[in-house]
Design a binder for this molecule. Structure first.
Ligand SMILES: Cc1ncc(COP(=O)(O)O)c(C=O)c1O
Length: 383
């Protein structure tokens, strides 16, 4: 899948038709990305799109139409998925701080809750009137994603139950009247493009499930492997090898014959990233003490990821040929933190149009849109 969802002519047409800054999403690319992944997965692997990556209603409808389930992490995301009118059983609800109204809504919608600790279990038990199956989110003792900051390593975590605390929690859970633990959830990778590493993590999760099954007699209908499938953010980054990944999951299922349930994958970035572009024009360019700056119409109010991760989105100067020089991309906000990256671009002047690729995931919805009260950019769905 290319880094940019639209060619230069389409970028220019979108900018002229809708004004800038704006986000544009390609329905064709979103569908292609979803089906490319779905088509390599074994039958017993279910895809649940992580709504947090991009909750745009048209994107949710697109994935729902292709058979997606959904991973939600707030009442707002549950509302958006409820609006799709899906049958029960297609939605999951994760998050380390679930409040009463959120759990009530999840119960009413027939959503499968990823219980992150005793409070989720007890609160659900108090709200439920019949049997409720939940997955237990475990914070594992292994860290196979090399200390990825988003995952947080094996240290203290706000997420899930520490692996070593699981026996005590299960003993306590025996007193619950309605809630039954029927699944495991582990989220242990982020933006991982190496199929072998993802598979090693998933294998470790299935090993953990096996230990819990053997030691405590837990019967897992589901093992939820979380998200974390990576996408390239630069031309030199290789994409995830889908054929290897799909085959590896089949091999994993074969290697764990004790597990007869369903595997769940919850990718957000992988499914939504490639379909989106952020379009913004250069407001002015300047040279400061030897550094070339381009100051854009939007910055971290629209794309926060470069500040959070230190990695720029791929960017092209629309309609400008080759010719590259180091350029610092700054936004219009009154803070030196408002940077979209140090990139290589042709010489830029006011009015030039830049297109940022892979901006369909963790783009506008992760931005600091309220900061400095600039207008919120439109999001255009290109069917
Ligand atoms: C529980 C859960 N599932 C899925 C995801 C999606 O992750 P990604 O976009 O890296 O695939 C996240 C991201 O934070 C998450 O917290």
């Amino acid at each position: 899948m290319p880094l940019f969802a639209f060619d230069d002519a389409t970028c220019r047409a979108l900018a002229e038709a809708h004004g800038t800054p704006c986000f544009a999403y390609s329905a064709a690319v979103a569908a292609e990305q979803f089906t490319a992944l779905r088509d390599v997965l074994p039958r017993r692997v279910r895809l649940a799109y992580a709504v947090k990556a991009n909750p745009h209603p048209a994107l949710l409808r697109c994935f729902a139409g292709l058979g997606a389930s959904f991973d939600c992490a707030s009442i707002g995301e549950l509302d958006r998925v409820e609006a799709l009118g899906l049958p029960p059983g297609r939605t999951f609800f994760a998050g380390p701080g679930k409040r009463g109204p959120e759990l009530s809504k999840a119960l009413a919608m027939g959503v499968r809750v990823q219980a992150e600790g005793w409070e989720d279990l007890a609160r659900l038990d108090a709200l439920a009137t019949g049997e409720v199956a939940v997955n237990l989110r475990v914070h594992p003792a292994f860290d196979l994603d090399e200390g990825n900051r988003i995952i947080g390593g094996t240290g203290p975590s706000a997420f899930g139950v520490d692996e070593e605390e699981v026996p005590a929690l299960l003993a306590r859970a025996a007193s619950l009247r309605h809630v039954r633990i029927r699944g495991l959830h582990v989220f242990a990778a982020s933006n991982q493009r190496d199929a072998a590493k993802l598979l090693a993590i998933h294998d470790a999760v299935l090993d953990l499930a096996k230990r819990l099954h053997q030691a405590h007699g837990l019967v897992f209908e589901q093992v939820d492997l979380g998200g974390g499938l990576g996408i390239p953010y630069a031309p030199e980054e290789a994409p995830l090898d889908l054929a290897t990944f799909g085959q590896g999951l089949s091999d994993l299922l074969a290697a764990h014959p004790w597990f007869t349930g369903e595997l769940i994958l919850e990718p957000g970035r992988f499914l939504a990233g490639p379909c989106g572009l952020y379009l913004a024009r250069v407001v002015r360019s300047k040279e400061s003490r030897g550094t070339r700056f381009a100051i854009l119409e939007g910055g971290i109010n629209h794309l926060l990821r470069p500040l959070l991760t230190g990695q720029a989105f791929p960017v092209k100067a629309v309609g400008k040929g080759p010719g590259e020089g180091p350029t610092t991309l700054a936004g219009p906000l009154c803070t030196s933190l408002d940077r979209l990256g140090e990139v290589r671009l042709p010489a830029l002047e006011a009015g030039d149009l830049l297109a940022f690729g892979q901006a369909g995931a963790y783009g506008l919805n992760e931005g600091m849109t309220h900061f400095l009260s600039h207008p919120v950019p439109p999001e255009i769905w290109v069917a």
